[in-house]
Design a protein around this ligand. Structure first.
Ligand code: ADP
Length: 450
């Protein structure tokens, strides 16, 4: 096992990683920007080193500086968390070059999945079912349009370099195609510096179901079942759950095997997530693979009883997978709600301010709160405004959902506008209770949710 782990991140995920590192007897090094000098993650770590000014570009994205801090503090591994440098192949390579273990897949696997079009090509060859569409190199607008026309509308334009729902446009008819393409390309260029586009058949009422996979350095892989992340706003997840309601054992095994095929195709190591769209006929299609720990990993931990960060550290340090597929079992049901500083009544505009009162629900075997803030902290403009992840578990979906709404009603925050009431409305919505889940759930029920 490692002696000292640097966590190249901030907030709740850094606190989460420290927790598991401590359990394994690994010392931790935190980094912090100006705005985070007194942050919870800094206080929790054994050591903390200033990395730069508040903007991420000058601090948490400073790959070279972070490597220098790891070397100076004698860290033998770096955990990148999610976001920031977690899917940056150059950063993974810099770790390798400095004899520091990157807690994640090899740089080559990150690269392979870094472009949605290249990823689809690899998956096609590996025999993983894909969302029908065009992911070729010829980017001439009339070629893209011809593929859309042939496929039939609606289609979805997607930036190959995309993430976080950016650079995507639905196109409902031929006449809208050109203006949608231009808009998507502009957004992709300004967000990712790359405007290569994919054209996909737009599935109108799918579910987003993703498989958690884990691979060790010896070519062995397992899947830790699925998460349903259909409840989204602007293609961003709002509430996630595991297992996916109505999933048969047969479909679970099929999707799990397909996800492992995807991971094997790129010689994957560590925690990864293969995202699929699932249609109402039980057909599933590969969308993309995220080569890191996901925000929503706790719901998987709750139903499997496994600590995924512990798994990551064990596998990165060269241990074989802690369990074989047949030793993994699924128990009960879990939800995660993302508590954000944002205003649902004002187009979900991020909110800033001081958390004058921060009173989360009491934690227990049924309720878990993953957070990176204390009462009195500021929610600043510099970073993602997530305040906490509220995770609940119980023996079945109905009971777990009741836990979720109760916990939300017990969550009190003053000083910053939050989405807690909106999450409560979601968790008590009749259609949500009946698990009528599709990716347009929020749009469809807009009137009864606000
Ligand atoms: P990003 O990397 O930006 O998050 P994804 O490819 O993961 O983009 O897609 C995000 C979400 O967009 C999905 O969860 C799903 O709700 C929706 N989506 C993506 N592709 C399609 C498609 N072909 N048809 C319908 N919805 C889609």
């Amino acid at each position: 096992m490692f002696k000292k782990l640097l966590i190249a991140n901030r907030g709740e995920i850094t606190c989460r990683v420290i927790h598991s590192a401590r359990k394994l007897g690994v010392k931790t090094v935190a980094i912090y920007s100006d705005a985070d000098a007194n942050a919870l993650h800094v206080n929790m770590a054994d050591e903390a080193v200033h990395v730069g000014p508040s903007p991420s570009r000058e601090s948490y994205l400073q790959a070279k500086k972070i490597i220098d801090i790891a070397v100076a503090t004698g860290a033998d591994a770096i955990h990148p968390g999610y976001g920031f440098l977690s899917e940056n192949a150059d950063f993974a390579r810099m770790c390798e070059d400095n004899d520091i273990e990157f807690v994640g897949p090899p740089a080559s696997a990150i690269e392979a999945m870094g472009s949605k079009s290249a990823a689809k090509q690899i998956m096609e060859e590996a025999g993983v079912p894909l969302v029908p569409g065009y992911h070729g190199d010829d980017q001439a607008p009339d070629i893209l349009k011809k593929h859309a026309d042939d496929m039939g509308y609606p289609v979805l334009l997607k930036a190959a370099a995309g993430g976080g729902g950016k650079g995507m446009r639905q196109v409902w008819s031929e006449s809208e195609f050109t203006s949608a393409l231009n808009a998507a390309k502009r957004e992709a260029m300004s967000s990712f510096g790359d405007d290569i586009m994919l054209v996909e058949k737009y599935l109108t009422q799918p579910r987003h179901v993703e498989i958690q996979v884990f691979c060790d350095k010896y070519g062995k892989g397992v899947y830790l079942f699925e998460r349903d992340c259909s409840v989204q706003r602007r293609h961003q997840k709002v509430i996630e759950e595991a297992p996916a309601p109505g999933m048969s054992d047969d479909l679970r095994a099929q999707m799990g095997e397909a996800a492992l095929k995807a991971a094997n195709a790129i010689d994957y190591v560590g925690a990864g997530t293969v995202e699929f769209l699932l249609d109402s006929d039980g057909r599933f299609y590969f969308m993309e693979m995220n080569t890191r720990l996901q925000v929503e990993h706790p719901v998987t931990e709750m139903i499997t009883g496994e600590d995924l960060v512990e798994w990551q550290l064990r596998v990165a340090s060269g241990e074989p997978l802690p369990k074989r597929q047949e030793q993994l079992t699924l128990k009960g049901h879990a939800f995660e709600a993302r508590v954000y500083a944002e205003d649902p009544n004002n187009d979900f505009l991020p909110a800033t301010g001081t958390l004058h009162l921060l009173r989360p629900p009491v934690e227990s075997d049924f309720v878990r709160v993953d957070t990176g803030v204390n009462q009195g902290d500021d929610v600043s403009v510099f970073y993602d405004p997530m305040i906490a992840k509220l995770i609940v578990w119980d023996e079945n979906r109905e009971k777990a959902l009741a836990r979720l709404s109760t916990a939300l009603s017990e969550y009190h925050i003053e000083g910053v506008t939050t989405n807690i009431d909106f999450l409560y409305n979601l968790s008590t919505h009749a259609s949500f209770k009946h698990a009528e889940l599709t990716t347009n759930f929020i749009e469809k029920h807009e009137e009864s949710l606000f």
